[in-house]
Design a protein around this ligand. Structure first.
Ligand SMILES: *[C@@H]1O[C@H](CO)[C@@H](O)[C@H](O)[C@H]1NC(C)=O
Ligand SMILES: *[C@@H]1O[C@H](CO)[C@@H](O)[C@H](O)[C@H]1NC(C)=O
Length: 408
């Protein structure tokens, strides 16, 4: 993630006041079901169903007890959808999508850079559905891979300031920009998510998590043009398990240290995953010349298989995705208690283990245990390349197997 979601907070607002009228007396076990078709949605893939969706959402959001919004089988052509709370549900608010949502390609319709947004909702339970961002038309317009101050295109699905969210079985394809953003959320669980976009599509990060706590994501299948998953600033207690990542740029903590006052990152566990044909494997990346100090601590990568990956293990505290970045000062992000454990498979670059920490804040307690990486000799045969480990401003502990050999 070459760009930061914190920019988005400036665009975000939630409706103030009570839009939904007074809530009548509480009815016991009242399951209010709202079907978008009853609110006028057509679902033929051509008619603009945005207004029907928003009418159905307002009714569901204003309902009490246990609420369900249903989007039946069909293809729904929609512009930006603001599923914002606060809502009046006391139980779960389920959104069940049996069909496919197809995004408009008319960029003038997006007043904020998000397509489907869930904001300030509690106890949301999102089940199923395909979110087709139709990004191909806008990818050539993106200047973000080259410029810092670019115009950000819409993210497919954004969760913003939600509490107690469960997401299962959703598919996101061809987002214009990021696929899924999880921003400022507390207690977020998700299982069985599929994400795909072409390898050369710009900034189509799979899942970006920022300023969130207690996040558990599992069974993610992600092939895209940027990071499969990125864990940005201000996160605590984030666990990712069973990720199939590739193609893309791998799994990242960062990028960090670009903006003033970024929150610390702590308690990150990424385990039981397979990374295939990516430009990085597991990575921590921070910018140079950070405007203010921050910390990253207790990060563990455990049981990761690398297939044909460039830079399988990398700490990069001189991160620069452009041809030139501000390098007038060192990174001020302090890294400690970082463990890479049981990481095995193949590398396509000789730099199998790169641990380049900041001269201002050397890394402490970096542990590599049972690392076994071999040069990939699949289709190409350019002889035997020797894999290496490279360390700067860090004295890592190497335990048990360490192939390539430890840096001196
Ligand atoms: C960490 O997050 C998980 C998943 O959301 C949650 O079950 C667990 O209680 C959290 N741990 C702490 C110490 O908050
Ligand atoms: C480190 O983070 C993991 C995952 O969030 C958590 O389970 C563990 O308790 C943390 N350890 C320490 C020492 O904080």
């Amino acid at each position: 993630m070459e760009l930061f979601f914190c920019l988005f907070i400036f665009f975000f607002f939630s409706p103030s006041g009570n839009l939904y009228g007074a809530d009548g007396g509480r009815m016991p076990a009242n399951l209010g079901t709202y079907d978008v078709k009853k609110f006028g949605a057509v679902g033929d893939g051509r008619t603009d169903d945005t207004k029907a969706f928003m009418r159905a959402w307002e009714a569901a959001c204003g309902s009490s007890d246990v609420v369900k919004l249903v989007i039946p089988v069909g293809i729904y052509f929609v512009g930006p959808l603001k599923f914002d709370g606060p809502c009046t549900n006391s139980g779960t608010l389920t959104v069940e999508i049996q069909g496919t949502l197809k995004a408009t390609t008319d960029l003038s319709k997006y007043t904020t850079p998000h397509w489907v947004q869930f904001g300030s909702v509690k106890r949301l339970n999102l089940i199923g559905g395909t979110f087709d961002g139709q990004g191909a038309a806008s990818w050539p317009l993106s200047t973000c891979p080259k410029e810092k101050n670019c115009k950000v295109l819409p993210t497919n699905i954004l969760f913003m300031n939600t509490v107690d969210t469960v997401v299962t079985g959703i598919t996101s394809v061809n987002s214009k920009f990021f696929h899924i953003g999880i921003l400022g959320c507390a207690n977020f669980k998700s299982d069985n998510i599929k994400i795909s976009a072409p390898e050369d599509s710009p900034n189509t990060d799979g899942i970006h998590v920022e300023r969130s706590s207690n996040v558990a994501l599992s069974h993610l299948s992600i092939g895209t043009g940027d990071d499969c998953v990125s864990i940005g600033p201000g996160n605590s207690n984030v666990t990712l398990t069973n990720i199939r990542c590739g193609p893309g740029h791998g799994i990242s903590v960062g990028s960090l240290g670009k903006y003033e006052g970024e929150g610390d990152v702590t308690g990150i566990l990424i385990r039981d995953s397979t990374i295939t044909s990516t430009t990085n494997g597991v990575r921590i990346k921070t910018w140079q010349n950070s405007p203010s100090p921050s910390m990253v601590s207790n990060v563990t990568f455990d049981n990761i298989i690398m297939n044909n990956v460039a830079n399988p293990i990398i700490i990069d505290q001189e991160y620069c995705p452009y041809s030139k970045c501000d390098s007038s000062g060192p990174s001020r992000v302090r890294l400690s208690d970082i463990t890479f454990k049981n990481i095995r498979g193949t590398s396509v670059s000789s730099d199998a283990v790169t641990l380049h920490c900041s001269p201002k804040t050397p890394c402490t307690n970096v542990v590599l245990e049972d690392v076994n990486l071999k040069y990939y000799t699949g289709e190409v045969s350019d002889g035997h390349m020797i894999l290496t480990s490279s360390c700067l401003n860090v004295k890592p502990t190497f335990r048990r197997t360490h192939e390539p050999p430890p840096c001196k």
